[in-house]
Write a protein that binds this ligand. Structure first.
Ligand code: NAD
Length: 260
């Protein structure tokens, strides 16, 4: 649909050696963007992933290690990227526990990685976008940025926070050729969601398929997972001219969850 219209642009995607971040990075590369992949690890696999993406899409891809729980690392990532026309704040973790039992260090980690990292990367990237005369900030929020579930206090707080940050960033850049929007996925079957399945099976004494249908997809009326490709293509759309007047808002890709 948008064949290689992002040639000459550089996209930085945080938390992109897996799941949604990798899916978004692949679709941006397919549209011609050079890509910076990132996570907190620095393994041979991480660098091999960058080589594979570069070869498959004929674009420049670099893997840069940076820990999104640390503000200075977030800013260093953008500086080392050298250019940042498209910033995708995707890195995220989850922890599930009732509020009285929620470990304070898990609260701090979820808020740091899922919310504060986007503040730091955006602060570092906006001057580059202004200099380049064009920019897109895309925050991967969640249906949990618009609605809540019990036992996910830090995650829901961080995702509502990033929707707020999205609105402010959209307003602060409204008179410039820069937009900022949040994509709000429902459930996507990535390692983050896989990791919740065993505990949920135990908690409800259910098998895997029953957990998927009755617990995970309970609030997703389509009864289907959203896919990483669909999220990647939504990000590509937000980079297109068609989306130039879409800013400071949310796009749900949740099979109807937030319509309930
Ligand atoms: P995932 O676990 O597959 O990917 C998370 C990515 O973040 C990985 O690349 C991981 O290495 C990276 N990461 C984690 N901690 C990091 C850190 N300290 N520094 C740098 N990178 C770090 O999970 P996912 O499902 O692909 O989630 C990606 C984003 O999408 C998250 O923000 C998540 O909240 C959001 N989301 C996911 C779903 C879903 O159903 N999977 C739904 C809504 C929103």
């Amino acid at each position: 649909m948008f064949e290689r219209f992002l040639q000459g642009k550089t996209a930085v995607v945080t938390g992109s050696n897996s799941g949604i971040g990798l899916g978004v990075a692949e679709r941006l590369a397919r549209a011609g963007a050079d890509v910076i992949l990132n996570s907190f690890t620095d393994s041979d696999d991480d660098h091999a992933l960058a080589e594979r993406l570069a070869a498959e899409h004929d674009v420049a891809v670099r893997y840069l290690q940076a820990d999104m729980s640390r503000g200075d690392d977030c800013r260093r990532l953008i500086e080392q990227a050298g250019a940042c026309d498209i910033l995708v704040n995707n890195a995220g973790i989850q922890h599930v526990a009732a509020i009285p039992d929620f470990p304070a260090e898990k609260w701090d980690a979820v808020i740091a990685i899922n919310l504060s990292s986007a503040f730091h990367t955006t602060a570092a990237a906006l001057p580059m976008m202004r200099k380049a005369g064009w920019g897109r900030v895309i925050n991967i929020a969640s249906a949990h940025g618009l609605t809540a579930s019990p036992y996910k206090s830090a995650y829901v707080a961080a995702k509502h926070g990033i929707v707020g940050l999205t609105k402010v960033t959209g307003l602060e850049t409204a008179r410039e050729p820069i937009t900022c929007n949040a994509i709000c996925p429902g459930y996507v079957l990535t390692p983050l969601v896989e990791a919740q399945i065993p505990d949920t099976m135990q908690k409800y004494d259910m098998g895997r398929e029953e957990v998927i249908e009755k617990v995970l997809l309970e609030r997703q009326p389509s009864k289907e997972f959203a896919t990483t490709d669909q999220l990647g293509d939504t990000a590509v759309f937000l980079c297109s001219d068609a989306a130039a007047q879409i800013t400071g808002t949310t796009i749900s890709v949740d099979g109807g969850w937030t319509a309930l």
